[in-house]
Design a protein around this ligand. Structure first.
Ligand code: N01
Length: 540
């Protein structure tokens, strides 16, 4: 047990929020402004969540800075100056620290405090929250703001624990940075984190071995510095941008082409793809509205992508390895890079194809594949996350009849609207499974969820009711609806972490709500307007 946190507040509060990332910070501000007593429990020693932990070189957001920022306070929007179109990790963390200071949030956050247990007292309908510091709180409401990508996945590779060099995980990069000058570096993993880190690591390392099991689609970030003129124009346009974002499929103001990919001429299609390519990054997968539902439409995007990427890779055999052949483009999150493919033209970089020569084991000196031994000084694990449910599953959450959330989610996460679970009254999960989650802009999504929960708490107060609890039939219907919507797309065709496919033993369930951020916002607003239909409103 760790020593008790110095920030000791009341043992009884209205709301405990777990996590001081983007959602947790806004939750604290919102609930406190509603007159509720709130404590935020945060495992890290600072605010920021993913942006606190993921400090690997090259870490950068793939949503434009102007959109990946809070909308709840006009003065905040106007005073903060983003320096780049797509902000890098240090700038996003500085922004979140600024928000914490500006709204005086830190006094209600207990850092270095990891929640271990969240247990319902069925008599009082209060939750007891225990932590690894020994600190315990009780609360009427518990809001899980743990984030869908916060529980690191460390692969079970034989001998990893015998490696004598340095092992780093991209999601827990040392805060003081790492000097890899002159080192032999190995990277395992070529998802978004690996693809952003690899070009930076290649510049430092004497030799870089990239161990690739599955190739990914990456689109250049198209990042640029913002001028004062850009910033002025963006700030003047906030109202329109936010409105479009809230109604959009993914939480940003860019609209897909009005017609399906195959309904337009080849010339028009190319022009649309060129425009998205220049915009940069993940939105390439939403150039046309049918790109993720019609295989033929998807193919047009894939071929455009392949032509662009092959053009910048010198060795066609290396290009063959870097072009994915196992999933439609966009069915895993498209990665966003700066000079990723060009990095393989460097003399000090080697791509190791684990499909044909898998890792057999790791020893003290390096990595053995079935074909060769690679001596390594620093091994970088860019192996991702136990996503969507991993951080929630780490806590022992016990609801009615002593049933744990892990038991309730044994066959995959079961929620109503992503927010509520049967047997867990007044426990709300933010931006997790059953909501658009990682398919949307997480800042606006966090605001949407927090505002909804705040309204729900207000509703209970006006009714002098004590709790809101998702009904089993509503959960079942929502799970079916999410599954049916996913089945109508190509998204289930990839072995992605959206499906839990990267973690052994996880049921294969497409976890995010794929129907679009705007549509989802309408659905949850309608539920609220209909007196929280699908929830039991429990009277005192
Ligand atoms: O993780 P990933 P990530 N042996 O799961 C490989 C967000 N994000 O941290 O595909 C060998 O995508 C694995 O291989 P395979 C974004 O939403 C955003 O990169 O399982 N390889 C894969 O290549 C993103 O999607 C940003 O065959 C192993 C890699 O590790 C999400 O976070 C930046 C292995 C993991 O890729 C996760 O991205 C960073 C093994 N035993 C992250 N185990 C931006 O905003 C795993 N792998 C741009």
């Amino acid at each position: 047990m760790k020593p008790s946190s110095p920030a000791q507040g009341p043992a009884e509060v209205d709301v405990v929020v777990v996590g001081a990332g983007i959602a947790g910070l806004y939750a604290l501000h919102k609930f406190r402004s509603r007159g509720l007593t709130v404590r935020v429990l945060e495992a890290g020693d600072g605010v920021g969540g993913v942006w606190y932990w993921n400090r690997y070189p090259g870490a950068r957001c793939d949503v434009e800075s102007v959109d990946y920022s809070y909308s709840f306070d006009e003065a905040l929007q106007q005073e903060w100056d983003w320096s780049e179109k797509y902000a890098a990790q240090p700038e996003i963390l500085a922004y979140l620290e600024h928000v914490a200071d500006r709204f005086d949030l830190r006094r209600d956050i207990e850092f270095g405090t990891r929640v271990t247990d969240v247990v319902l007292d069925e008599q009082t309908l209060r939750w007891q929250v225990d932590t690894d510091t020994g600190r315990a709180l009780t609360a009427r409401f518990v809001v899980l703001a743990t984030g869908p990508l916060s529980n690191a996945n460390t692969p079970a590779i034989e001998g990893l624990d015998t490696f004598a060099g340095r092992v780093l995980h991209t999601s827990h990069w040392p805060h003081d940075g790492v000097d890899l000058t002159g080192e032999r570096v190995g990277v395992i993993g070529t998802g978004s984190s690996g693809i952003q880190a690899i070009p930076c690591l290649a510049e430092q390392a004497q030799r870089l071995h990239v161990f690739q099991r599955t190739a990914n689609y990456s689109v250049p970030a198209g990042n640029t510095l913002l001028t004062e003129q850009d910033r002025r124009a963006q700030k003047a346009d906030y109202a329109r941008r936010r409105q479009l974002s809230m109604a959009s499929g993914g939480g940003s103001p860019h609209q897909a082409h009005p017609e399906p990919a195959l309904a337009v001429s080849e010339q028009e299609r190319r022009a649309a793809y060129e425009k998205r390519w220049a915009l940069g990054g993940v939105l390439f997968s939403k150039t046309f509205p049918d790109q993720l539902t019609d295989p033929a439409a998807n193919d047009t995007a894939r071929l455009f992508w392949e032509e662009k990427v092959r053009a910048v890779i010198d060795d066609p055999r290396v290009a063959d390895l870097l072009v994915p052949g196992d999933h439609p483009i966009g069915t895993k999150r498209i990665c966003t890079d700066t000079n990723y493919y060009q990095t393989y033209n460097r003399d000090n970089v080697e791509l190791v194809d684990l499909k044909t020569t898998p890792i057999a084991r790791i020893d003290a000196e390096g990595v053995h594949t079935t074909a060769a031994h690679y001596p390594i000084d620093t091994l970088v694990l860019a192996t991702g996350f136990d996503a969507m449910t991993g951080s929630v599953a780490r806590m022992n959450i016990v609801g009615r009849d002593s049933r744990t959330l892990n038991e309730a989610w044994h066959e995959g996460p079961k929620t109503y609207l992503g927010l509520g679970m049967t047997g867990f009254p007044n426990l709300f999960n933010l931006t997790g499974p059953g909501s658009p989650s990682v398919l949307a802009n997480m800042v606006l999504h966090s605001e949407l969820h927090v505002d909804w929960v705040a309204e729900a708490i207000g509703f209970l107060e006006t009714r002098a009711a004590v709790a809101l609890e998702a009904r089993a039939d509503a959960v079942a219907a929502w799970v079916d609806e999410c599954a049916a919507r996913a089945a109508g797309t190509l998204m289930t065709q990839a072995n992605s972490w959206y499906l839990g496919a990267n973690i052994a033993g996880r049921p294969r369930v497409f976890m995010p709500f794929v129907g679009g951020f705007g549509v989802y916002g309408q659905i949850i607003a309608e539920v609220a307007a209909a007196q929280y239909k699908g929830f039991d409103v429990i009277e005192a």
